[in-house]
Design a protein around this ligand. Structure first.
Ligand code: SAM
Length: 503
């Protein structure tokens, strides 16, 4: 039999969770369990592992099943494992070794890998990446048809619950750091953001109206509150603007609890229902990738014309903003049209001297790529386009990477987010509270107590390691609309001395 390369074998896996047929060349493949698989020992004779697909139930193993998992170390073939474990019951729920061997290598389970070559070294990452990619493709198939309005449709109609959304569907950096973290010097994401803005002088003069766009559950506002005295908070109008109805309740609740005079508007930020020159400070955290993309062909870009009205609008925008485009242009490209329109709206609604803070993951050259998430697809933000448009509009702009703004402690090690998702599932099954966060070892110990020693396979990354959450890919765009009144120091001069007065 000709040896199949691991990639050949992987691409032959079925798309859905129909069991793998254990015959022919599969039997000669060797089996490797997923590296760093998190295993929870529930009792002296019971172990749990999580399939990658959230919709599949936790896999429960008895001692025989745990031995099967342990035997998947790359030394035995699937055929040998079938002979040794196939007919034995391997789960407290009655599944045999055959059932497990038929399911675990499916992309939706991703508990192990079958191939002729070990998934080690460089190729190992490629193989596991392929598996994960297949899962995302499947999510993608589940997503409503990905037309250019699919993102606003998803946010308007596809989100029904609040908290679980950021734990499962799209975990944001600010969600991971919503509680005090050693990696942020014992503070939270929102708190560090507030400190950075204060140091930059953004709270002087004190903003009268703050608008937070796409505030998620509202944690940033809660933490930002600590930068202001109770009287100051009451005097500032804090407005949330979000397209997703179910999030507005949590946003206003957390903000009011934190002492803000908070109100909410359900709207699409690409057309802000706010008056011209009415906002002092606008905050938009991890939302730009959710805004409308337009897919343009190279012909449309070079000719500047399109039959489709939406595309023509995007082409007109490119011309209007004199956007410099990277060449050669691929066959089709994605333009962050919604984000560019939002930027123009920010220019319109900010008062002279008003400021805006935009944070999102993105790129600086080339064209945005889609990022597939459960139920929807987001798009990298092309920050050179945004920065060019900002300058063209007249903004003063500053730009840096998120770890710089937040002064993240790069030496800290935090739990792999995959492990955090697995623990969340175990805790859910145990009816024990646990939420997904960026845990250091000590923080995890505090959160889990006696459960921690029952978990194996936990691993930690340096917080700024690209393999953790890719924090360097998150960029910060800080904008100021010129024309604000410059606050000059107030003093009185007598006999050559200046007497300064504190305001
Ligand atoms: C990825 S979440 C980020 C939430 C929060 N800022 C955080 O950091 O956790 C994106 C947020 O933007 C909102 N959103 C998405 N598209 C939007 C749009 N076009 N207009 C207004 N809000 C939008 C979502 O409902 C959600 O609250």
């Amino acid at each position: 039999m000709a040896e199949s390369s691991p990639s050949t074998f992987l691409t032959s896996l079925p798309d859905n969770s129909a069991p793998l047929s254990l015959e022919g060349e599969v039997l000669n493949c060797r089996a490797w369990r997923m590296p760093d698989l998190v295993v929870y020992q529930h009792g002296s004779e019971e172990w749990w592992v999580c399939p990658l697909d959230e919709e599949l139930p936790i896999i429960k193993l008895n001692r025989m099943g745990a031995a099967l998992l342990a035997a998947m170390d790359g030394t035995k073939t699937v055929g040998a494992l079938m002979s040794q474990f196939g007919k034995w019951v391997c789960s407290p729920t009655g599944e045999t070794g055959r059932w497990h061997l038929e399911h675990w290598a499916l992309p939706s389970y991703s508990l192990c890998y079958y191939g002729t070559e070990p998934p080690t070294g460089h190729s190992a990452e490629a193989r596991w990446d392929l598996l994960l990619q297949r899962i995302r493709e499947r999510w993608h198939q589940n997503a409503p048809q990905e037309h250019e309005r699919h993102l606003s449709d998803f946010h308007l109609h596809g989100i029904h619950e609040q908290h679980g959304h950021f734990e499962i569907i799209e975990t944001t950096v600010s969600h991971l750091f919503r509680e005090p973290s050693a990696a942020l010097h014992g503070l939270t994401y929102g708190r560090m953001l507030g400190k950075a803005l204060r140091e930059m002088g953004w709270f002087h003069p004190r903003p009268k109206r703050i608008v937070e766009v796409g505030g998620g559950l509202g944690y940033v506002s809660k933490e930002l509150a600590q930068e202001f005295s109770p009287q100051e908070r009451r005097a500032i109008a804090y407005t949330f603007l979000d397209i997703t109805g179910p999030f507005l309740e949590s946003q206003t609740r957390l903000a009011r609890e934190a002492g803000w005079a908070a109100t909410a508007i359900q709207a699409n930020a690409e057309e802000l229902p706010l008056a011209d020159a009415s906002v002092d400070l606008l905050i938009d955290n991890e939302n730009l990738a959710d805004m409308t993309p337009v897919h343009l062909t190279v012909e449309e870009l070079t000719s500047g014309t399109s039959q489709q009205a939406r595309h023509q609008r995007a082409l007109d925008l490119i011309r209007h903003l004199r956007l410099p485009l990277d060449t050669p242009v691929p066959e089709t490209v994605i333009l962050n049209e919604g984000a560019l329109r939002f930027l123009m709206e920010i220019w319109r609604v900010l008062k002279p001297g008003g400021k805006a803070l935009l944070i999102e993951f993105g790129i600086e050259t080339g064209w945005p790529a889609p990022v597939k998430l459960p139920g929807h697809t987001e798009y990298e933000v092309q920050f050179s386009h945004l920065r060019h448009a900002a300058r063209w509009l007249g903004f003063r702009e500053q730009y840096c990477a998120l770890p710089q703004l937040l002064a993240i402690r790069g030496d800290m090690q935090v739990l792999c987010t995959g492990a955090a998702y697995a623990i969340r599932r175990f805790c859910e099954a145990l009816d024990t509270p646990f939420s997904v966060r960026a845990y250091t070892h000590d923080e995890l110990q505090e959160a889990l107590g006696t459960m921690l020693p029952k978990l194996t396979g936990l691993h930690y990354h340096r917080v700024l390691d690209p393999a953790w959450f890719g924090l360097w890919d998150f960029k910060v765009l800080m904008l100021e609309k010129p024309g604000g009144m410059i606050q000059r120091p107030v003093y009185r001069e007598t006999k050559g001395f200046r007497w300064y007065q504190q305001r």
